[in-house]
Unconditional design. Structure first.
Length: 276
């Protein structure tokens, strides 16, 4: 009975399959191998297959029939990667930074030099304009005699008849009153020669300068009520030179300069020489 059962079993095993006449044992082995191949393609080993074998950065899956599955790359290990910054040499970075700093320094110097040249050009243009204005004023003054205003300060009484503040009668005020602070400088109105530097009664400390002939007229200037002199008779002076200081000497009510012009020996209005 046992022998007949085995014969029946063997016969059953070799009996053709209804689907294609292939023995079932061979069909099952083929299906198992195909499953292992598919599992290797997705990195999974089918149940009953051998464990995956690591080789380098790839994994190999072997099925029960000894067929090797398609290799799959090993998972990427981000922790083992090296950053680009870490690959750079520190010395190279330092050298590059130094070179860049040098380049920027050179650019900065070029900009500073350009700005300086621009500022100098603007200043030269301004000075040229100012020089032209001064020359024009000098020419105007020379045409009128070239007289320099002898002191700073406000103008008081001008040339002409007026009531004298001390004598209380009307008489010619033969000059201009200007200034107001004792001790402020008095300047020569024009180049010339000092002909008098002395105390002169009502005029107080009195200075007189001969300027020679100006536009066909012999011209002198006088400076009265001075506090003191810095020149003496016989000295040659230049226009704008300090010749003394404002005072309150003589017949005067306050510190000021009385400035007069004598043209061809007669008192003249200083406005003809100082104003224009």
């Amino acid at each position: 009975m046992v022998a007949s059962e085995r014969s029946s079993s063997a016969a059953a095993e070799t009996r053709p399959d209804r689907t294609g006449g292939v023995p079932r044992r061979i069909l099952r082995a083929g299906i198992a191998g195909l499953a292992v191949l598919l599992a290797g393609a997705v990195g999974v080993v089918a149940p009953g297959s051998q464990p995956a074998e690591a080789s380098g950065n790839q994994l190999r899956a072997v099925n029960a029939l000894g067929v090797e599955a398609s290799p799959t790359p090993a998972p990427f290990d981000r922790g083992s990667s090296v950053s680009r910054g870490g690959q750079r040499d520190a010395g190279s970075l330092s050298a590059a930074a130094a070179a860049r700093a040098t380049q920027l320094g050179a650019v900065s110097k070029d900009l500073d030099a350009t700005q300086l040249r621009t500022a100098l050009s603007a200043r030269q243009a301004s000075l040229s304009t100012e020089t032209g204005r001064i020359k024009g004023e000098a020419n105007r003054l020379n045409q009128r005699g070239g007289f320099f205003r002898p002191t700073d300060g406000e103008l008081g009484s001008k040339f002409g008849p007026r009531m004298h503040p001390i004598l209380h009668y009307t008489r010619l005020h033969a000059g201009w009153d200007m200034g107001g602070n004792c001790g402020q400088p008095i300047w020569a109105a024009r180049d010339g020669k000092v002909v008098l530097a002395a105390q002169a009664g009502q005029s107080g400390n009195y200075l007189r300068i001969d300027h020679g002939t100006v536009n066909g007229t012999k011209v002198e200037t006088s400076y009265q009520h001075m506090q003191s002199f810095t020149v003496k008779a016989g000295d040659t002076v230049k226009r704008g030179q300090v010749v003394g200081y404002v005072g309150n000497t003589g017949l005067s009510t306050a510190c000021h300069l009385h400035f007069g012009v004598i043209a061809n020996g007669e008192n003249a209005d200083p406005g003809q020489y100082l104003e224009g």
